[in-house]
Structure formats: C-alpha cells, structure tokens
Design a protein around this ligand. Structure first.
Ligand code: PBG
Length: 336
C-alpha cells in the first residue's frame, strides 16, 4: 500500500507536517504580501476644512488638501507602492460635461500637484481618469440628447482630462469609465502633449457591481440610474479577455480587474493571459463588508483583511488597490 502512502494502515504522506508551526507555515507559504504592491485609493474633497468621514467606509475619509498630503507621506513611510487619487469637486462646480475634471485648478489636478510636491517620486502617484466625480448627472461620460452615455464625445473629454492630469504631474493615469477606445485616445493625447513617460493603468475589466455602493458616498455621486450600458455584466468572463486584447492593443501599460473578490476567476484568467502587470481593485463594498461584519464582532477583522488580500494575490494579481494599504503595509513591516 506504500504506493498510496500508507504503512500499517496509517498515512505516510502527511501534508499536515508542513503546518506544524508558524515558522514552518511561513517558510512554505506560496503567496506573500509586500507593501510595495499595495496601492492606496484616496479621496480629496474641495472646500472642506476638516477631513469628512465616509460613513459607509469606517476609517476612510474625504481628505482636505492638508490631510491628503499627510496621508501620502504616511503611505511613503509605510512602504506602500502607490496612491490612486479621486477628486470630489464642490457640488456647484459639477456640470453636464464634468468641467472640474479638466480645469487645471480642478480639485483633482490640485491634489496631484500637492501630492507630488509632498512625495516627489517616492510614491507612484496615480489618478482616476473618469467623469463621474465631476458631472452633475453622475455618469462616467457625457450624455447625448436622449440621455445615453455618448462614447465618442466622452473620449474627447478623457483626452483633455489626461492632459490636465499629466500637466499636474501624475505618474500614472487610470482610465476607469469603460468607454470603447479610451486607452488609445488617452495614449495619443498624452504623447501629443509630450507626456510619453506617463503610463496607463487601464481599468480593463470592470464589472457593473453592487459593491461600488459606498464609493458613491465617498465621491458624493449624483448618479440615479446604473452603469450597465458601459460596465461589464458579471455573468461574463470571456468578454473580459476581449476587453483585455483591446486595451493591450491600444497601449495599456498595466491592466486592472475590478471588483476583486467576486471576480477572482477573472483575475486568474487575465494574469495567465498577459505579460504586463495585473492589478485588482478591492473596492469600497468589499472593504465595507469586512468592516461591518467585524464591527458586529462576527469576524476577526485583521485576519479577514489578510485573507482577502492573500486571495487576490494568489489569484494572480501582482498589484492590489485597497483602502487598507497603509495599515497592512505597517503590519507587514512589523513582520506580520
Ligand atoms: C469611476 C470609479 C468607480 C470606482 C473607481 N473608479 C465607481 C464606479 O465605477 O461606479 C469605484 C471604487 C470603489 O468602489 O472602491 N470613477
């Protein structure tokens, strides 16, 4: 019976031997987290004097210009890899075409300049390239006369946004609106403006998800409907590969899958298919679920956080956007 690993009725092969002590488990771990692969999403709100807590995301705030700079400095100190900035303009400045998104003095452009002044090149500074934070209707694009999101008119706005963000000093732009052709248009706009070194982290595979709920509060979104005509249907995985081929062809330097935990199979498929860095975004609702359950005493918060992040990495994402980035980076730095 030795072929079956059994002697005298007992197993000779015992996987449990490799789980006996913390040191043993640490040594044989197939997946490790490192602070440098974590990216902190951060919100900055125009016109506030104090950071404003996001109720549905306990521990997350809409930053003031000052508190954002401090948060960026803390991220550097913790060894975090990058920061992804989202701007929340004053309500009165939002309009149908999202003017604050292209205004050189718009909240996001100001935030990019502030953060670059604070951290220089010590942190990869990224910005969300999308209109939804800046439009009064809350959609990711401009609307046609029938109220539908107009793909090609939106691309022209994205080109302008890319230039504005690059002029402000961003290292990486993150086009997240799921318009067809967005990566190509953004690349061309950056190159034409002399920003060949600014790279594109494409939100390549982005599903229309219920888990974006808390983000809507975080950016004070005005959206009433949904984004199902431009974001992907959660039923589809092969379609993700189609989006992937397009974005790579258009010049994406890095690609992202979003949300993370409900779509780990897609993360794996994408990671197996490409040779560029793959990111996964652990979104607001994923964060809120863990925080809410932990607040009720229903799960062990810290373990749940590490388990979700490890799972995302194990599925093949080399980079993870997570609202816990700084906290987790500190744990890792302390040897956890
Ligand atoms: C679009 C954008 C969204 C998120 C990141 N970029 C919202 C959406 O597509 O509805 C969501 C992030 C999160 O939920 O944490 N600007």
């Amino acid at each position: 019976m030795s072929g079956h690993g059994r002697h005298g009725g007992f197993p000779a092969v015992r996987p449990r031997r490799l789980r006996t002590t913390p040191a043993m488990r640490r040594m044989v771990a197939e997946t490790r987290l490192h602070p440098a692969e974590l990216i902190l999403p951060a919100f900055v709100r125009e016109g506030v004097r104090e950071p404003v807590p996001v109720e549905s995301m306990p521990g997350v705030v809409q930053h003031t210009r000052d508190s954002l700079r401090k948060a960026a400095a803390e991220a550097v100190a913790a060894g975090v890899g990058g920061i992804m900035l989202f701007g929340v303009p004053e309500e009165a400045k939002k309009d149908a075409v999202g003017t604050p998104g292209t205004d050189p003095d718009g909240v996001l452009q100001v935030a990019i300049r502030d953060v670059r002044a604070e951290v220089g090149d010590d942190l990869v500074v990224m910005s969300d390239l999308c209109l939804d934070e800046h439009t009064d209707h809350g959609h990711c694009g401009v609307l046609d006369e029938r109220g539908r999101v107009d793909n090609d008119a939106t691309l022209e706005r994205y080109a302008e946004m890319a230039r504005a963000q690059a002029d402000a000093g961003v290292h990486v732009v993150g086009p997240s609106g799921m318009m067809d052709g967005q990566v190509g248009v953004v690349r061309a706009a950056l190159d034409a403006a002399g920003h060949q070194d600014v790279s594109i982290l494409a939100y390549t595979v982005k599903y229309a998800s219920a888990f974006y709920g808390p983000f809507r509060e975080a950016v004070g979104s005005s959206l009433t409907g949904d984004r199902k005509t431009y974001q992907q249907d959660g039923a589809n995985a092969r379609e993700a590969l189609r989006e992937l081929a397009l974005d790579l062809g258009e010049g994406a330097d890095m690609v992202m899958v979003k949300p993370a935990l409900p779509y780990l199979d897609v993360v794996r498929r994408v990671a197996d298919a490409v040779d560029v860095p793959v990111a996964a975004y652990q979104i607001s609702g994923e964060y809120a679920m863990v925080e809410a359950a932990a607040a009720n005493g229903w799960i062990d918060r810290d373990r749940a956080i590490m388990e979700t992040l490890t799972s995302v990495r194990r599925a093949g994402a080399g980079l993870v956007l997570t609202y816990w980035a700084v906290e987790v980076a500190r744990w890792l730095g302390a040897g956890r």
